[in-house]
Design a binder for this molecule. Structure first.
Ligand code: G6P
Length: 592
């Protein structure tokens, strides 16, 4: 995700800014840049790593400056779109995290007033607004400009001449680090921990002016005092925001990730969905790898049920041997990274055959987005841990949105489904709040070498994903199976040492799954059920129950998969596995 840094003090700013940016690299980024005063404001930026940027930045003795690592949201990763952005005259430079929702209207207005824009970003309207309102006082110009902005922001502004930084935040984090006659501004604590552990957290609506003598913060025109905190973490701990692993951090980020996916496409008040993509096809073929393939399998149920369009799902590496794709079929690739070689090959094949193509991805400007006719961004934020978690639930949300918008006839209940979608972040948070109970079961599971995951219907792919998560990160051999299929072979493996995790969703599969559970128990396997919190029946038949909040049956894959992610995480943690980087695996597999 984007990262912000700013420095003012007695050191040379350039190496400090680059070091701070380097400390934010773990968050993922596609371009970076810094601005320092020199001959005008000098901006050095490009779609490169921080180490490469460093080579192009001269030491100029300035002891004030700002910097940014960008993870593209508006406009592809490029030199022009990288931050900092400047006004027309290059006298004001801005770094920004967040989204300016009304940027197009502001941009049109500013262009009509004679401003020239260079980038495709929403951010660029900010330096131009500040330029418009600048009457010799940077702070006033920033405050006036922020009144025009509808959206979220953390910004730091540098101008030519006033030797001060102005910072402001709304719904996007920003801190001020206090050193000895020097100040550091950053979006995240790890950026500044090499220099100081004394930190002020800005609050929504705060505008801070930082000079070589002091920091002064106002909110709604009044001066405010913000408490200073001492950061007790090491850099390594801080990058993970206090979590032990990126994986558990990313599991915990799911309410926000889902919110972000929804926010991009659902209007705030109406059940209207504006996707910018369109499924206009007689049938669909989804192809993907790994966890994204499992999202595709859930997608088949979602799209067929809500949109009534037939869907086939293929593992991307097998799709290349498939000779039955019809010209009218729409081919959708699902890929978190947008770089999985097999998924890219599948999309290229579809293009070659003349099929319509779409990609559902998390990474702006990734290779898949350049191949396909249509792109749907899930906006889950960067995923660092090799095993996918938040990208999976965000992919599911993308598929709900696509299916709901593709439904040709206005069906009864669409509005209530949209309302339920909006509640998903809260429901997921409730599972995270009950994490301790699942952690205990994870520790119990850690004592076994084999496990089965079973379910029926829309949760069958969730069983596959639960098994994949467990095997990837804990090295426990696990298989996902349709609950009704276990008796056709795998029963031979059931013993008291083979636990079975059974998803018992309250839908039309429930009774059949309950019957399967009884069959499994008769073979003496321990059973952990994942069931709705209102389900009092299930406890009679199983050894342990993981309770999840009740949701419309079609949304149950979201809550059930979060529970299974936690189960796998705590099993792996108990076994002391290298959770974020399992042996032999890669986050992005760019070979066939
Ligand atoms: C690798 C990762 C998996 C991921 C798969 C597909 O195997 O380890 O976590 O699900 O690639 O990646 P994609 O970026 O295409 O979703």
């Amino acid at each position: 995700m984007c990262g912000i840094v700013g420095y003012i003090g007695h050191r040379e700013a350039q190496p400090v800014l680059l070091n701070c940016l380097g400390r934010l690299e773990y968050r993922g980024y596609d371009s970076c840049g810094i601005a320092i005063p020199g001959n005008g404001i000098e901006v050095y930026k490009d779609a490169v790593r921080v180490a490469q940027l460093e080579k192009s930045v001269p030491q100029n003795g300035a002891n004030i400056g700002i910097g940014h690592t960008r993870w593209a949201t508006h406009g592809k990763p490029s030199q022009i779109n990288a931050h900092p952005h400047t006004d027309c005259d290059g006298r004001i430079a801005v770094v920004h995290n967040g989204v300016v929702y009304n940027f197009q209207r502001l941009k049109d207005q500013l262009v009509a007033e004679g401003h020239t824009f260079r980038s495709e970003t929403d951010t660029e309207v900010i330096p131009h607004l500040i330029e418009k309102y600048y009457r010799g006082d940077l702070e006033e110009a920033v405050k006036r400009s922020l009144l025009e902005i509808n959206g979220s922001y953390a910004i730091v502004v540098l101008d030519q001449g006033s030797h001060r930084l102005v910072a402001a935040r709304k719904e996007s984090p920003l801190i001020i680090g206090i050193g000895d006659r020097e100040w550091f501004i950053a979006s995240d604590v790890p950026a500044i921990l090499d220099y100081t552990d004394r930190v002020i957290y800005l609050e929504d609506g705060d505008v801070a002016v930082v000079t070589p003598e002091e920091e002064r913060i106002t909110n709604d025109g009044k001066e405010v005092a913000r408490e200073e905190h001492l950061i007790p973490w090491s850099i390594d701990e801080a990058e993970k925001s206090g979590y032990e692993h990126f994986l558990i951090k990313e599991i915990h980020e799911q309410p926000k990730a889902i919110q972000n996916t929804l926010r991009g496409y659902l209007s705030a008040v109406e059940p209207a969905i504006e996707l910018g993509v369109d499924i206009d096809a007689d049938d669909i073929l989804i192809q993907a790898c790994g966890t994204s393939y499992h999202a595709g399998l859930v997608g088949k149920y979602i799209i067929e049920e809500l949109a009534g369009v037939p869907v086939r799902v293929e593992i991307a590496s097998e799709f290349n041997y498939d000779h039955t794709v019809l010209g009218k079929t729409m081919v959708i690739g699902i890929t978190q990274s947008g770089e999985s070689a097999d998924t890219l090959l599948g999309l290229k094949k579809a293009k070659r055959l003349g099929n319509k193509t779409m990609v559902i991805t998390n990474v702006l400007g990734s290779s898949a987005t350049r191949i396909t006719d249509q792109v749907f961004y899930i906006r889950a934020g960067p995923e660092i841990s090799v095993a996918a978690t938040k990208s999976f639930t965000a992919q599911l949300v993308a598929l709900y949105l696509i299916a709901l918008s593709a439904a040709k006839i206005e069906f009864k209940g669409r509005a209530s489904l949209v309302e339920e979608l909006r509640k998903l972040p809260v429901k997921v948070q409730r599972i995270l709040d009950e994490e301790d109970k699942i952690a205990r079961l994870g520790k119990y599971l850690a004592g076994f070498d084999n496990a089965f995951f079973v379910a029926r219907g829309i949760n069958f792919p969730v069983a596959l994903e639960g098994a994949l998560k467990l095997k990837e990160i804990s090295y426990i051999h696990a298989e996902g199976y349709p609950a009704g299929e276990l008796k056709h072979g795998p029963f031979a493996l059931l013993t008291p040492h083979t636990p079975v995790i059974a998803i018992a969703a309250k839908d039309d599969t429930y009774e059949a799954v309950l019957t399967n559970i009884k069959e499994i128990k008769a073979r003496e396997s321990p059973v952990i059920a994942v069931a709705e919190e209102s389900d009092d029946e299930i406890e009679k038949y199983v050894d342990f129950v993981i309770k999840v909040p009740g949701v419309e049956p079609i949304f149950s894959p979201v809550v059930n998969s979060v529970a299974l992610q936690l189960l796998a995480y705590y099993a792996a943690r108990e076994r002391g596995c290298p959770i974020d980087m399992p042996r032999n695996l890669a986050k992005s597999v760019t070979v066939e």
